[in-house]
Design a protein around this ligand. Sequence first.
Ligand code: NAD
Length: 367
Amino acid sequence: MSNPSILILPGDGIGPEVMAEVRKVIDWFGAKRDLAFDVSEDLVGGAAYDKHGVPLADETMAKAQEVDAVLLGAVGGPKYDVLDFSVKPERGLLRLRKEMDLFANLRPAQCFDALADFSSLKKDIVAGLDIMIVRELTSGIYFGEPRGIFEEGNERVGINTQRYTESEIERAARAAFELAMKRNKKLCSMEKANVMESGILWREVVTRVGQDYPEVELSHMYADNGAMQLVRAPKQFDVIVTDNLFGDILSDCAAMLTGSLGMLPSASLGAPMANGRPKAMYEPVHGSAPDIAGQGKANPIACILSFAMALRYSFDQGDEATRLEAAIEKVLADGVRTADLMGPDDGTPVSTSEMGDKIIEALDASL
Ligand code: NAD
């Protein structure tokens, strides 16, 4: 059987720097765990625009459709801010999400013990936190029609439309229940069924899908209360499923409970392919960080944790994903820090590649 395939799209700014560390980790699993991948690399974002005049070439899009998983760094930068909207770096990313139909966005919020002091919340509220938000990504108010700014009488009116079909809700719900089955079998669905018809339908469909997962304890919460509970007592949750708009806000809120942007991975999953694996793209939550690009200061952990998610959700290697996460936990517990994880008086930070090397050392020690 051929090896599973990965397409790496490093992108712009710190993207290539953090992805170089992911390459070390991928190579380590090939050499030490007999887990080899067929890795290819291509351009996205500004880097693709510089070469092809578009932020994602058709050939790259075709490759992304064929591989078992896409790993993306980050796109964008000040050099490209003047470009027409249609060729901006971010359009490359949106094209990937849209054409691969990646409808479920998984954003974990996990607090490594060594970084619990770094949260804006009290240590005992976040220490040991490990929750997952599943956000519906391809429908809802960001896509619904009608939309636009229209003249109405003697003033203008801005319109966006929240629209969900039953099948769109169902597939997002199913992704969340499947995830809950792999975790602690606890799922909380968030909407505003008290004031929105789309919320009433959301609740109905999620409840119906739940009948196929009798082992999962399902609860429902209004999204505004959900935001409050996430800050008050986040550890009451395990998996949360919600729509595109609420998910955008709640996942940013939950993620930042845990400290730095340099630590946050994500996965976007679509329908299963012929081989049973979901269409999938894994990427750090952060952008291309032009302010630190090229200086060896970027934290590669978000991107490496995104690969850990690929191990777990695309390649069914949950134990190896746990090994990688434990190696990162060990490095942090040893006090190794990139600059984003330090205060001004906390000593000398390590560079991007030194952090990668330390994680490889911890992986070696795990054998
Ligand atoms: P950003 O995430 O790039 O940076 C925000 C701040 O966090 C910066 O101070 C940066 O130095 C820091 N930071 C981010 N990642 C870090 C890491 N791994 N290690 C250490 N520090 C890190 O967001 P921004 O400054 O708003 O945007 C910069 C560019 O990135 C823009 O062109 C934007 O459009 C693009 N962007 C791309 C994505 C993506 O590719 N998914 C996401 C967000 C922003």
